[in-house]
Write a protein that binds this ligand. Structure first.
Ligand code: SF4
Length: 290
């Protein structure tokens, strides 16, 4: 089996230092909506300058390089054990090269491992066998500040008047945005899952963030809710970095899951403006980065 350690290292470098073009484009559109000399415009200018500098210098877009989340879609014949070892080796090397900050801290002994390798849980790697012959590795770096403002709701939520329907989902998602204000480095991108158990609900609310900006759910009801939530969150006026302004949320992505009759979970994963997600596709000898 081919050794992809160097190619995965390059994937990590690109993810950490170069914001995807669709995200940068949204930020450039957002700055144009803000008033000249406003705090919001100043925040966007700083963000965009930082985006350009980090790309030019191969340095992290943000000092918090986040939790590395790998999603690997592999065709028959690849060894997940070997791929996992290559991902871990690439991540340790990326840390040595300062593309990544050492971020794996043993929660019991409060000790940073220094190389971004914790136990089996860090980095997080999900493997999925697929049809065809292409290997695809997706990587998302999820910052701690925005992770801290993620929320999970069990509906009905009487305090919020949220029942077990899409109207209830709308209420709790807007509650999450309201409670995140001033934290989590807005403008954010909302990953929302409806259903599942507590664990799958959170996992899927992050997985949905791997899709491109503007990707709408195939179900028109959920697609309409995605659009509505983005526009209603922006009417709150929280603005970039909580300075006030017209853009609080750049996009919303929703996934619908199965649930038990007894449960109705809604999980909201909040992604900050440093929306670092990239992928590499291996087709025979060729490696393509997006
Ligand atoms: S929330 Fe995002 S932008 Fe803010 S410090 Fe964390 S990684 Fe950086």
């Amino acid at each position: 089996m081919r050794d992809l350690t160097n190619e995965i290292l390059e994937l990590i470098r690109r993810t950490s230092s170069s914001l995807p073009p669709d995200v940068e484009q949204r930020l450039r559109e957002a700055i144009e909506k803000e008033e000249p000399n406003s705090a919001a415009r100043g925040a966007f200018e700083t963000i965009l300058k930082n985006v350009e500098l980090s790309r030019a210098q191969s340095t992290p877009i943000c000092q918090d390089t986040g939790t590395p989340i790998f999603n690997v879609h592999y065709p028959l014949g690849w060894s997940t054990l070997k791929l996992k070892a290559q991902i871990r080796a690439a991540l340790a090397d990326a840390t040595k090269k300062s593309y990544m900050r050492p971020n794996a801290v043993d929660a019991i002994y409060d000790k940073n491992t220094g190389n971004n390798l914790g136990g089996d849980d860090f980095p997080y790697i999900h493997f999925e066998e697929t049809e065809g012959d292409e290997l695809v590795i997706e990587l998302m770096l999820k910052g701690g500040g925005c992770e801290n403002v993620g929320r999970q709701y069990s509906l009905p939520d009487n305090a919020l008047g949220a029942g077990r329907d899409l109207a209830g989902v709308r209420k709790v998602v807007l509650d999450a945005v309201q409670k995140a204000q001033g934290q989590g480095c807005a403008p954010g991108i909302l990953g929302v899952s409806i259903g599942g158990d507590r664990g799958t609900s959170y996992v899927k609310s992050k997985e949905v963030l791997l899709s491109e900006m503007g990707t709408r759910n195939a179900d028109p009801k959920l697609a309409a809710l995605e659009e509505r939530l983005t526009s209603e969150a922006n009417e709150m006026g929280i603005g970039p970095m909580g300075f006030g302004g017209k853009t609080t949320v750049l996009d919303t992505k929703i996934v619908g899951l199965s649930r038990l009759p007894a449960s109705y979970y809604v999980s909201v994963s909040y992604m900050c403006w440093a929306y670092r997600r990239r992928k590499m596709t291996v087709k025979g000898e060729e490696v393509i980065y997006d």
